[in-house]
Design a binder for this molecule. Structure first.
Ligand code: PMP
Length: 357
């Protein structure tokens, strides 16, 4: 049975990437070695890191004279602390927008290092919409937002303009749509949703964002050292970076972020149209703020939800149970998911809907 993987992350990889992984686990670039066995300080791996960095900037339409790329470990969660540790001095304020669980975690982590101002929040509305009419702060260390809220299923369509350095957690929508990536001074994302597997965190930093703050920072947590060592300050997650390289190459082959974005838009429209036409299923968030990556919805009753979940299980649909905080369903529609998988889910939802009329 074909499995349709709607998991929120780690999540589906493109078929082609999985095939290349298998081949190169057996025999990396015809070397007779596995990609799992090669040294990180080899010409071959140095080439992969350089090519992955260049591809990432190219796909984001960013220039290497303006931005640096590093592949780190510790997930986006480490970035929640590492960013304020490096860029928020004790006597400064960083400004955060709270749009859900992941923003809240970033806010909590920043409080260890300096003062934190939450100047906009979706909390009062249960995080079911993106805050509107925001007045942006003009003084402080930086502004932080989460571009896509993986748990509640909301996403920023347009970003406010900032005169302060702008930091963004793009863990669940990086390279999933066209946007002005140069709107930001610092972009970070775990690779495990749209660009590969768990184990490597993508960090893109505008060179002008650096500043030296008066704090002792452990070497492994200094961005400067990672950049100066081309992501090889210590042994990097070789295989995770390799999978990111393959996935970035695949995105490029698909026609880049523009083409991927159109495909993602089609997938999201198919699913939201199905939800909106249904009498059983209902979307949970404000329509204009719906995420193209994580579609959250519920059924009319818990009994119906259980029934549909068990049908999904029988029919090969995997990973659509909602997060424990929001309940219901969450279908994640990341880059690697095919239009056919979404069509399959929509057909099953339509069938279920009709059976209840
Ligand atoms: N930010 C967002 C928006 C996320 O979705 C996640 C993980 N789902 C994280 C941060 C945390 O990422 P990690 O598990 O890589 O630390």
């Amino acid at each position: 049975m074909t499995i349709h993987n709607f998991n929120a992350g780690p999540s589906i990889l493109p078929q082609e990437v999985k095939k290349q992984c298998l081949e190169n686990i057996q025999n990396f670039n015809q070397s007779g070695l596995s990609i799992l066995e090669i040294g990180h300080r080899t010409k071959e791996f140095e080439h992969i890191v350089a090519a992955a960095s260049a591809l990432l900037l190219d796909l984001m339409n960013l220039s290497s004279t303006e931005y640096d790329v590093v592949f780190l470990q510790g997930g986006a969660t480490t970035q929640f602390s590492q960013i304020p540790m490096n860029f928020l001095a004790d006597n400064e304020t960083a400004h955060y927008i709270n749009t859900g669980v992941w923003s809240s975690k970033a806010i909590q982590a920043a409080k260890d290092f300096g003062s934190v101002n939450v100047f906009a929040s979706g909390e009062e509305k249960g995080f079911l919409s993106i805050p509107k009419n925001i007045v942006m702060p003009t003084q402080g260390a930086y502004v932080h937002l989460t571009s896509n809220n993986t748990i509640y299923g909301t996403q920023w369509n347009e970003f406010p303009a900032s005169t302060l350095p702008f930091v963004v957690d793009m863990s669940s929508d990086i390279l999933s749509r066209e946007m002005n990536y140069n709107h930001f001074d610092f972009i970070y994302a775990g690779a495990q949703k749209n660009i590969g597997i768990a184990g490597c965190t993508i960090v893109v930093i505008k060179k002008t964002f650096y500043k030296k703050i008066n704090r002792k920072i452990p070497q492994m947590l200094q961005y400067r050292l990672h950049i100066d060592n081309q992501s090889m300050l210590n042994t990097p997650p070789v295989f995770a970076i390799y999978v990111a390289y393959l996935t970035l190459s695949w995105i490029k082959e698909q026609g880049g972020v523009k083409a991927i974005g159109e495909k993602n838009k089609t997938k999201a429209k198919m699913l939201y149209d199905t939800i909106d036409a249904s009498t059983v299923f209902k979307g949970t968030v404000e329509k204009e703020d719906r995420s193209m990556m994580n579609a959250c919805f519920v059924a009319n009753s818990e009994i119906l939800e259980q029934e549909f979940l068990s049908i999904c299980k029988q029919k090969g649909i995997y990973g659509i149970k909602g997060h424990r905080l929001s309940g219901g369903f969450r279908a994640s529609l990341y880059n690697g998911l095919s239009i056919e998988s979404v069509a399959y889910l929509c057909a099953l939802m339509n069938e279920f809907d009709s059976s209840k009329k």
